[in-house]
Design a protein around this ligand. Structure first.
Ligand code: PMP
Length: 431
């Protein structure tokens, strides 16, 4: 492509040919052409700079155009950009698998790579179901998921999203039917009472013979409402799953790699799942890569069962460029005092968003780790609000009643103040 497109040409051509996520094709909402991104700034095609509050949907923890990650991609590109993973292996995949098994709970010792978060969830589902089939309990095929949960947009993952409030109710009739327990309603800092788990216990007691697993997003329910809940819930959930012989799956696709103040949100509870899904920030937002980790019970059960093999194999599984970037991203994160960075960001978000508590249209303001949320009493009109953020020089993408941010960990205090200031001002103006 040698042609240089103007802002308007890009927008017009985009509107003609591209279908954007969660959007109409014929009444397409305005999209903003980005020319480049560096550090915490997105530079639009007309030269305007925006402070990024979204880290590209949880991914870009180190910011954009990072020299260390750039070098990792370039070096790997010289050696090999991609090879199939059936019958072949390579150092980037092996090294990354070792790193992942080292930094997650010791019981998780096997890694299955895939190319997106949703597929990592599909893999987790298939592992759980195939495990029970392999050990002679083929009836155990159902899952319990949580109300307000979100696990992705593919069919299996959709079937685990809240069927009423989720985005996928349209497909309800063709999705597999699972069970849903109420979302935990105990705030982050509090101990979980028995009442909040009783509905989960009832479901487990009534259906355990048909249940393969329970799946939850630990501590933070993301796309289903940006809700934070007590880690103690997870401790008790683990005990219940053990009591009823049902597997436990944690979806840390959004929360993994430091976002909640721990490297993985499960560390707030000290609980090991049987299966763990990671993605998003795995490569620092550079490449599309995800992974499903499991413990020996699962890998042995499946491998020594009737099928003898796990029946899944995405074409771009363990892409070497993505694996090399993930190694660089995790090493970069761990080489820094990242907990202090996340804590500093959390404090900045708390300080900066606090004035929103005084606004009459605001239902709640909450922060956890490097996540800041303003929950409104009424949903906002994205079409109206998005330009207001852009005018104020920040990139924040509101959703329903939520105006939230999860900025890159490198965001400095001045940029944080600008970001949170723009969020509060915009919410006040919308009111
Ligand atoms: N699980 C969770 C908790 C997520 O937040 C997401 C993405 N928003 C997914 C799964 C799906 O990941 P992907 O978009 O990479 O398929």
């Amino acid at each position: 492509m040698t042609k240089t497109w103007s802002w308007r040409q890009l927008q017009a051509a985009d509107a003609q040919s591209i279908w954007h996520p969660y959007a109409s094709a014929t009444r397409a909402p305005e999209v903003y052409p980005v020319a480049s991104a560096a550090g915490v700034r997105l530079t639009l095609a007309d030269g305007r700079e925006l402070i990024d509050g979204m880290a590209s949907w949880w991914c870009a923890i180190h910011g954009y155009n990072h020299p260390v990650l750039n070098r990792a991609v370039q070096q790997q590109l010289e050696a090999m950009s991609h090879v199939m993973f059936g019958g072949l292996t390579h150092a980037p995949a092996v090294k990354l698998a070792r790193i992942l098994t080292d930094i997650t709970p010791a019981s998780l010792d096997r890694v299955f790579f895939s190319d997106s978060g949703s597929v990592a969830v599909e893999v987790a589902l298939k592992m759980a179901i195939q495990y029970w089939y392999s050990v002679g309990q083929p009836r155990k095929q159902k899952l319990i998921a949580l109300r307000n949960g979100y696990h992705g947009d593919t069919f299996g993952a959709m079937s685990l999203c809240d069927p009423d409030t989720g985005m996928h109710h349209l497909f309800g009739d063709v999705l597999p039917r699972h069970f849903f327990a109420p979302a935990p309603d105990v705030p982050f800092g509090e101990r979980c009472d028995e009442r909040s788990l009783s509905a989960m216990e009832e479901l487990l007691a009534a259906h355990h013979q048909d249940l393969a697993a329970v799946i939850v997003e630990p501590v933070v329910q993301g796309a289903g409402g940006m809700r934070f809940y007590s880690p103690d819930y997870l401790v008790q959930l683990r005990a219940l799953c053990d009591a009823f012989d049902v597997l436990l799956i944690f979806d840390e696709i959004a929360t993994g790699f430091g976002r909640t103040g721990k490297l993985f949100a499960l560390e707030h509870a000290g609980v090991d799942p049987d299966i763990l899904c990671v993605g998003k920030a795995l490569t620092g937002g550079y490449m599309t890569l995800a992974a499903t980790l499991c413990n020996r019970r699962i890998s042995q059960g499946i491998s020594e069962g009737e099928a003898g093999a796990f029946m899944h194999g995405p074409t771009f599984m363990a892409n070497p460029l993505a694996c090399a970037t993930a190694i660089a991203s995790i090493e970069l994160l761990l080489s820094q005092p990242w907990q202090r960075c996340v804590q500093r960001i959390g404090e900045g978000l708390e300080r900066g968003l606090a004035p929103a508590r005084e606004l009459p249209g605001v239902a709640d303001v909450r922060t956890l780790g490097a996540i800041g949320v303003i929950e409104l009493k009424q949903p906002v009109d994205m079409q109206q609000v998005q330009p207001m953020f852009v005018e104020r020089g920040v990139w924040v993408r509101p959703f329903g009643k939520l105006v939230y941010c999860m900025p890159p960990f490198i965001t400095n205090d001045q940029d944080l103040a600008a970001l949170t200031g723009a969020m509060v001002e915009t919410v006040a103006a919308v009111e």
